[in-house]
Ligand binder design. Structure first.
Ligand SMILES: NC(=O)c1ccc[n+]([C@@H]2O[C@H](COP(=O)([O-])OP(=O)(O)OC[C@H]3O[C@@H](n4cnc5c(N)ncnc54)[C@H](OP(=O)(O)O)[C@@H]3O)[C@@H](O)[C@H]2O)c1
Length: 304
């Protein structure tokens, strides 16, 4: 098959589009012919070597953790799926080696979920990691309700846009930070946009003088601690992009039940993945450059 691989750590320039052996299919896995694969900031960070201290790596690495596609074959132990089934998956393993920037991937059956029928391949590929993270933060960690005024730092990103919709679905008022060029997109989801950067605390205070009750940080870089002045007493606060003393960090987890729930919300029309840009698989380097210099709300997706 054709895939994007890297043989050493580095930026987009280390990516190579070439022929590699087809994945082997073990007994409880399915082989997926990939129709779309989404990018995530973690792809770029791990490729730069930032996970080297704790993440085993086996070069050459095929990056990418989000795929949607058609099942080509199933292992002998798999009864849940058949060839032809349309699925999606968060394909993260605890070793960096097999990823989604490819034509095919073998995935353990426990990580595979049927794709939302109403969503495109690109939208489906954009759901797993960002959706699992957003759900864990908004529903399971912050437990947002209609009583909340939620502040989402980075509301125009892959995680932030889904988190904002989950919070709005719970009936909360949602304030979201984003570049001015993305404010109209946020408004379409019922989110009140605020520009990030210097003066942010004052801008939030102006529209929510009574204070914020729940905060999700999708930006990091000290954003959470720098903006505590907008929080009401006893505000619930978490980050998916920062760690350290005083910060509750939320991590995505492979959870097919939650991914099925998110797919159901997409089919019901109460959750949407915005696709910012689509690149052909061989152009993954430019897709990563677009991710790192991002200005358009939503997910960046590769199509083999
Ligand atoms: N813990 C986990 O399991 C987990 C899972 C997924 C992601 N993450 C992390 O969560 C973060 C967000 O992920 P994502 O996929 O949503 O990324 P993304 O799609 O690239 O979105 C990044 C967001 O940050 C905003 N932003 C960019 N520069 C900013 C600045 N200088 N100040 C404030 N905001 C700025 C962007 O706004 P504009 O585009 O409007 O400028 C956008 O809303 C990343 O750090 C990622 O690594 C963690």
């Amino acid at each position: 098959m054709k895939a994007i691989v890297y043989d050493r750590y580095g930026g987009p320039d280390v990516l190579d589009y070439r022929e590699v052996p087809d994945p082997k299919l073990s007994q409880n896995s399915v082989l997926i012919r990939i129709k779309a694969a989404a990018l995530n900031p973690a792809d770029v960070a791990l490729q730069a070597g930032l996970g080297d201290a704790h993440m085993p790596v086996w070069f050459p690495v095929i990056p990418g953790w989000d795929v949607a596609g058609v099942i080509e074959t199933v292992g002998p132990g798999v009864k849940e799926f058949s060839p032809g089934d349309e699925v999606m998956s968060y394909v993260r393993e605890e070793i960096l080696h097999h990823g989604g920037y490819a034509e095919l991937i073998a995935v353990p059956v426990y990580a595979v979920v049927r794709k939302p029928a109403r969503a495109s391949w690109e939208e489906s590929a954009g759901l797993p990691l960002a959706g699992l993270t957003a759900y864990r933060a908004i529903v399971q960690t912050l437990a947002v309700t209609s009583q909340d005024v939620v502040l989402i730092h980075g509301a125009s990103g892959g995680v932030g846009l889904l988190a904002a919709q989950l919070a709005r679905n719970a009936g909360a008022r949602v304030i979201g930070t984003a570049a001015a060029s993305n404010h109209d997109v946020l408004r379409t989801f019922g989110v009140e946009p605020v520009e990030y950067g210097e003066g942010l605390v004052g801008r939030v205070r102006q529209i929510v003088p009574e204070g914020i009750t729940a905060v999700l940080d999708c930006v990091g870089r000290g954003t959470l601690l720098a903006t505590t002045a907008v929080n009401r007493a006893n505000a619930r606060v978490c980050s998916v992009a920062d760690a350290g003393p005083g910060i509750v960090t939320v991590f995505a987890r492979q959870d097919p039940d939650i991914l099925r729930r998110l797919a159901q919300l997409m089919d019901e029309g109460t959750l949407r993945v915005i696709v910012a840009q689509v690149f052909p698989l061989h152009d993954a380097a430019n897709a990563q450059r677009a991710l790192s210099s991002r200005r358009r709300a939503g997910k960046i997706v590769l199509v083999p």
